[in-house]
Write a protein that binds this ligand. Structure first.
Ligand code: PEP
Length: 258
């Protein structure tokens, strides 16, 4: 059975206490859409606890990054355990903006995903090729290498979500073609399956991310092996984020909670 889709919002470095007003309608929609999809908001760490307080059990909250260590002399960093302490159930690791802005290697991303698992969180491991790599016909090789380097041993549907985010599609208004998304997601499923066995991997969610909006969401979510979306810009406003959640096809049988 296909996993229940997950629609995840990544607020990036946006949002303040004022933005919490967006969360009440998202909580109401998530409650209404519960049989169709799981909903997750990853706000900045500064408002994670307040977000959890508003979303309650209707939708999950997650961090946007974590340190690999549980504690220590790492000024400004946040441990996975600290996110869990605030009510987080997920954490994004290896987002391309972290890989680029902070030079995060696959090994660093893997250590962060391991930390997430240690803290009882589900890691959303992001992978994706650059435009140059796609044009050079290397997209699938890049994905293979990122998966091999970033995904820890012992992946299960409880500790891992993979997000395929072509770098050139993030925040650009451009999305990958359906054929390219289908090919990338099939490759990701097959790489995970080769490594961890087909049984457990069937339940691991593979999200598409990159300029998902209310107009293109239904088409993207209908592609094979697309088990949800990681949404940046359109997650900042309840109206557009809810419209994306509503685009999840009402076909799949309910699975376990996010
Ligand atoms: C993202 O930041 O993960 C993302 C997909 O952003 P956007 O939806 O704005 O392209």
């Amino acid at each position: 059975m296909a996993p229940r889709p997950l629609i995840a919002g990544n607020w990036k470095m946006n949002g303040s206490l004022k933005s919490l007003v967006e969360l009440k309608p998202i909580a109401e929609a998530a409650e209404r859409l519960r049989p169709r999809c799981d909903v997750l908001i990853c706000p900045p760490a500064t408002i994670l606890s307040a977000s959890h307080g508003i979303l309650g059990s209707a939708a999950a909250v997650g961090g946007q990054d974590c340190h690999a260590e549980a504690s220590g002399a790492h000024t400004g960093d946040v441990a996975a355990e600290m996110l869990a302490d605030l009510g987080a159930r997920f954490v994004i690791v290896g987002h391309s903006e972290r890989r680029t802005d902070h030079d995060e290697s696959d090994a660093v991303v893997r250590a962060k995903a391991e930390a997430a698992s240690r803290a009882g969180l589900t890691a959303i491991v992001c992978v994706g090729e650059s435009e140059e790599e796609r044009k050079a016909g290397r997209a699938l090789d890049v994905l293979r290498a990122q998966l091999a380097g970033s995904v820890p041993e012992g992946a299960t549907p409880d500790n891992l979500v993979v997000a395929y985010e072509p770098l050139w599609a993030i925040g650009s208004g451009r999305t990958a073609t359906s054929a390219d998304v289908a090919e990338a997601h099939a490759l990701i499923r097959s790489e995970l399956s080769d490594r961890f066995g087909p049984a457990g991997v069937a339940g691991i969610r593979i999200l598409y991310g990159g300029s998902v909006n209310p107009d293109n969401a239904a088409g993207l979510l209908a592609i094979d092996n697309v088990d949800g979306a990681l949404v940046g810009g359109c997650s900042l406003k309840a109206e557009t984020f809810i419209a994306i959640c509503e685009a999840v096809p009402d076909l799949r049988e309910p699975a376990s909670a996010a």
